[in-house]
Design a protein around this ligand. Sequence first.
Ligand code: COA
Length: 256
Amino acid sequence: MEEHIISGYGFNSGTWPLDENQSSLLFIHGSGGSSIMWKHQVESLTDRVNTIAIDLPGHGKSAGDGFNTVADYTHAIIEFIKIANVPKPIPVGLSLGGAIVQQLLIEHSGSFSAGVLVNTGARLRVLPLIFEIIEKNFDQYINSMAEFAASEKTPPEKLEPLLKETARIKPEIIVGDFRACDRFDVMDKIADISVPVLIVTAEEDKLTPVKYGMYLEEHLQKAKRVHVMDAGHLAPLEQPDAINSALRNFLDQLNL
Ligand code: COA
């Protein structure tokens, strides 16, 4: 895996330079996350397509102070795709990242041939307690992340690199991320998405329950849902093999 910074955007890629004849899986992390969230996918799927995981503005290696709307993060992704010259991008997003992917597919329908929505929803209201803990006791937020965002069966060492990255992000940026989720609602727009979409839900996801993924499956025109066992909200780190095989099967379906 290679680390890069171009025009203030930090990102990791499986190989570099990108192969302009291949499609590119463009991975987008969730609230308070970073490109590390997709480490296993970037490393594993690079034999098949270009793989790139971006740090959203204000996260990981990226400059900036973050945003508090999905629309602003969506503009940043469009700008990054142009700046890094990402060939044939297929956006893959978790939670807030999944909200961004839905917005990309709704507002820039001609630019993407498919998308992947992992542990996300068409509406993402946030528990007021989450804002309160981040603002009043950031250490407690970091220390409780494993408990509320992962399966209790997940060994702590699988989450450690992400928790370290999250602890380095300014709390107000993470509040902005959750504010963006809380304002997000495209329930009456997702039926317009006409490209194939892979939806992934996880058995023990408390933050974006399976019900949210089932709603997406029901309302998107061309959706296929994969359900991952023994994982919570952070499934790409918790059950990387299951997520990678779901992505490989989706690439088969797309003839890539
Ligand atoms: N897909 C399908 N259904 C959804 C949905 C989605 N994305 N988002 C909400 N709904 C449903 C809810 O299940 C609920 O259905 P019900 O009335 O049959 O129980 C209804 O729409 C209204 O829910 P919501 O808009 O979330 O408002 P609320 O006042 O009932 O609940 C919270 C607010 C914050 C308590 C709730 O959203 C929650 O528990 N969220 C999950 C925890 C969290 O903070 N996640 C962070 C996401 S980034």
